[in-house]
Ligand binder design. Structure first.
Ligand SMILES: [Fe+2]
Ligand SMILES: [Fe+2]
Length: 304
């Protein structure tokens, strides 16, 4: 085995490649390989060391603290949503390898929720004796686009799959919503800019360590979604149309999730980054994944 673990974690996710040309030629990892990768990439959310983070948190500027309280709320509640709204996909497995991988993804999402809960309790020192109180408090920070995407679209897609796990259209809708839009377009974009900021400013080392491990898990999840959609869309024009209409409906909602409260949705700045930088990063990664799947966002011959 010549690759490092870090390289292996990225290689199944074409969103990380430098060019569309590379993305179109990538050999996607299959669920069995992704399961085996999970065994090698195990980590413990309760062993992340937050000792230095508490002092760092106290020393952040007001602008930084406000931003992190807002930005991380979408991650904390987002992880809770993607943990509890995942069971339909586990029920929809088509062979043992896919089932093995999907069960690892559900436990990964629970681990991510635990990681954020620890950070909110031990570093931000949020009030609330139980999960319900803490989640309710953090929910106060969310915007309307988040509620639409995570509490309506994701919940409904999961319920359709729970009602009929053998319905291929329901499975394509769910994986497009969850793996392509929520994980691939939103979560990995947010993680990239947050880690970039924290590393450049030498801030919150424990959080940064854990968040990079979360991102490594997310690359595996998105690699599964890319593999699945290529399998389904490669043999069915109906599934291509389904995936494309789901993306076209949800991408504008997803871009709204990234807009800070009260900001102009077309022109905002967050810490060191402009909305153009963030949207371009998200769009490029999505385009690479769609290239690997073989389904461009807009059908050829149709004006964009
Ligand atoms: Fe996650
Ligand atoms: Fe995930």
């Amino acid at each position: 085995m010549t690759e490092t673990l870090a390289e292996m974690a990225m290689q199944g996710d074409p969103g990380t490649l430098a060019t569309e040309e590379q993305a179109s030629k990538i050999k996607l990892l299959e669920p069995q390989q992704l399961y085996e990768l999970w065994e090698r990439q195990h980590w413990l959310s309760h062993e992340i060391d937050f000792a230095a983070d508490r002092t760092h948190w106290e020393n952040l500027s007001d602008e930084e603290r406000d931003w992190f309280v807002w930005g991380l709320a979408s991650f904390f509640i987002g992880e809770e949503r993607v943990t509890t709204q995942f069971s339909g996909l586990v029920m929809a497995y088509e062979d043992e390898s896919e089932e093995a991988f999907l069960t690892t993804q559900q436990v990964d999402e629970a681990r991510h929720t635990q990681f954020f809960d620890r950070f909110y309790r031990e570093v931000i020192q949020i009030e609330g004796d139980n999960w319900e109180q803490r989640l309710a408090r953090v929910r106060e920070e969310l915007n309307d686009a988040f509620v639409k995407l995570f509490d309506e679209e994701l919940v409904e897609a999961n319920q359709r799959l729970v009602a009929n796990p053998r319905d291929p259209a329901a499975k394509v809708d769910f994986v497009t919503t969850y793996h392509m839009v929520i994980e691939g377009t939103l979560a990995l974009t947010g993680q990239f800019f947050i880690v970039d900021y924290l590393e450049r400013h030498n801030l919150l080392p424990g959080f940064c360590d854990g968040f990079k491990k979360v991102a490594r898990d997310e690359h595996r999840h998105v690699a599964y979604g890319t593999w699945f959609l290529k399998e389904k869309c490669g043999s069915s024009d109906a599934m291509v149309a389904r995936m494309r209409s789901c993306l076209q409906e949800l991408l504008p909602v997803a871009s709204g999730v990234l807009v800070p409260k009260g900001a102009d949705p077309n022109d905002w700045t967050l810490l060191d980054y402009t909305s153009d930088q963030v949207n371009e990063f998200a769009f490029k990664a999505l385009t690479r994944r769609l290239k690997a799947i073989g389904v461009p966002l807009v059908a050829e011959g149709v004006p964009a």
